[in-house]
Design a protein around this ligand. Structure first.
Ligand code: ADP
Ligand code: MG
Length: 221
């Protein structure tokens, strides 16, 4: 379902290249989840962005649903990403002028075939416990509620891969727990692959596998 083969990433600098990822290889099947841990600056966000096709690797290969996304032309890649990958960030990244429901619907707008999106968006809001908040704007929601809307938005297009970059990093402990539970439940129900970057051992315990990014390589822990 998702494979990384010898992913490397370096950034050119005035002196030597800054090598962030040396050799990242793993694969996860449909329905599996994994936590990625590692100290700040070790390349976790870089790796997630590459897996989500927002950034390109310097070397190596990503395969999602048997497709090499970086072999696609730019126009097709944008569509591929929108349909197959859901993103959840540390900051919710909701549009302030849109309601919760409209925010959940946003990724579906690019796909006119998605006629039942509105119904699914309401179902997803119900599943994250916000059925009665559909018309509220982000400013009217708490941090945890905004993150729950962001989870619903990530799932609207039934993605194969959901990537969450420190999704509970800005939440208090109890709220973080709730959001983590939701992520684990929803991903299982939707049968996608879920990758979560986290600093929390407690959160990491929720997922099927735990990886650590060490010196640019991903190791099981
Ligand atoms: P993490 O998410 O684990 O905290 P990042 O993936 O954000 O780490 O960053 C890994 C390293 O790559 C850091 O040293 C960071 O400064 C560097 N880096 C990230 N993006 C760029 C960029 N566009 N140009 C140069 N260096 C970058
Ligand atoms: Mg990061």
């Amino acid at each position: 379902m998702i494979r990384a083969d010898a992913i490397a990433k370096s950034y050119p600098t005035r002196a030597d290249d800054l090598v962030v990822l040396r050799d990242v290889s793993f694969s996860l099947e449909r329905g599996q989840s994994a936590a990625i841990m590692g100290p700040s600056g070790c390349g976790k966000s870089t790796l997630l962005n590459i897996l989500g096709t927002l950034d390109t690797p310097t070397a190596g290969r990503v395969t999602i649903d048997e497709i090499d996304p970086f072999a696609l032309p730019e126009s097709k890649l944008a569509r591929f990403r929108n349909q197959r990958v859901g993103f959840i960030f540390q900051d919710h990244h909701l549009l302030p002028q849109c309601s919760a429901l409209e925010n959940v619907l946003l990724p579906s707008l690019a796909d006119p075939a998605n006629a039942d999106a509105s119904q699914r968006a309401r179902q997803l809001l119900a599943r994250v416990g916000l059925a009665d908040r559909a018309e509220h704007s982000p400013a009217e929601l708490s941090g945890g509620e905004k993150q729950r809307v962001a989870i619903a938005r990530a799932l609207i297009n039934k993605p194969s891969l959901v990537l969450a970059d420190e999704p509970t990093g800005n939440l208090d402990r109890a709220t973080a727990e709730l959001v983590a539970n939701l992520l684990a439940e929803l991903h299982r129900a939707d049968d996608c692959v879920l990758l979560v970057v986290t600093h929390s051992e407690r959160l990491a315990e929720r997922f099927d596998r735990r990886f650590e990014l060490l010196d640019g390589c991903l190791v099981d822990r």
